[in-house]
Write a protein that binds this ligand. Structure first.
Ligand code: 4NP
Length: 150
């Protein structure tokens, strides 16, 4: 069965909507019709479009992106097979929010590759968003290699 994946960061406007877009794209390239969504641990940007710099990085690589920011819900822990945290702080927030009847596997996304967090590009510049993009590509491949197979 194809995995259903929720990518999670703090604001759900930079890293996780980019991760959602890239994982969907990489899945399509592999012929997979994945269910992918993203959410934030915070309420800061609920309802907002992805950050302009996130959209620009995806556009540059011809990766479609469309998302309205939302906060993680308890229901997410049952709806998705995998919840992928961008960094350790996000993972900690998720562990605190996780209900007893959760079925999703909740992991640092980087744990599928090199255990590195995705650095928050929000206070950075174009280069940081490009780095974030490249990391999302590598992490998407590492995740799919392990969970779906090469
Ligand atoms: P994200 O980046 O977690 O990758 O979406 C951030 C967006 C907004 C804020 C922090 C990080 N903020 O503090 O508003």
């Amino acid at each position: 069965m194809a995995p259903s994946v929720l990518v999670v960061c703090l604001g759900n406007i930079c890293r996780s909507p980019m991760g959602e877009a890239v994982l969907t794209h990489v899945g399509k390239e592999r012929g997979l019709d994945l269910t992918v969504d993203s959410a934030g641990t915070s309420r800061y940007h609920i309802g907002e479009d992805p950050d302009d710099r996130t959209i620009a990085a995806c556009r540059k690589h011809n990766v479609p992106i469309q998302h309205a920011a939302r906060q993680v819900t308890e229901e997410d822990f049952r709806r998705f097979t995998h919840i992928l945290a961008a960094d350790e702080a996000n993972l900690h927030s998720l562990e605190q929010k996780k209900p007893r009847n959760a079925t999703a596997e909740v992991r640092l996304w980087g744990s599928y590759l090199d255990n590195k967090p995705i650095a928050d590009p929000y206070y950075g510049g174009t280069r940081d968003f490009e780095e974030c993009y490249q990391q999302c590509v590598k992490l998407s491949n590492a995740f799919l290699d392990e969970v779906v197979g090469k």
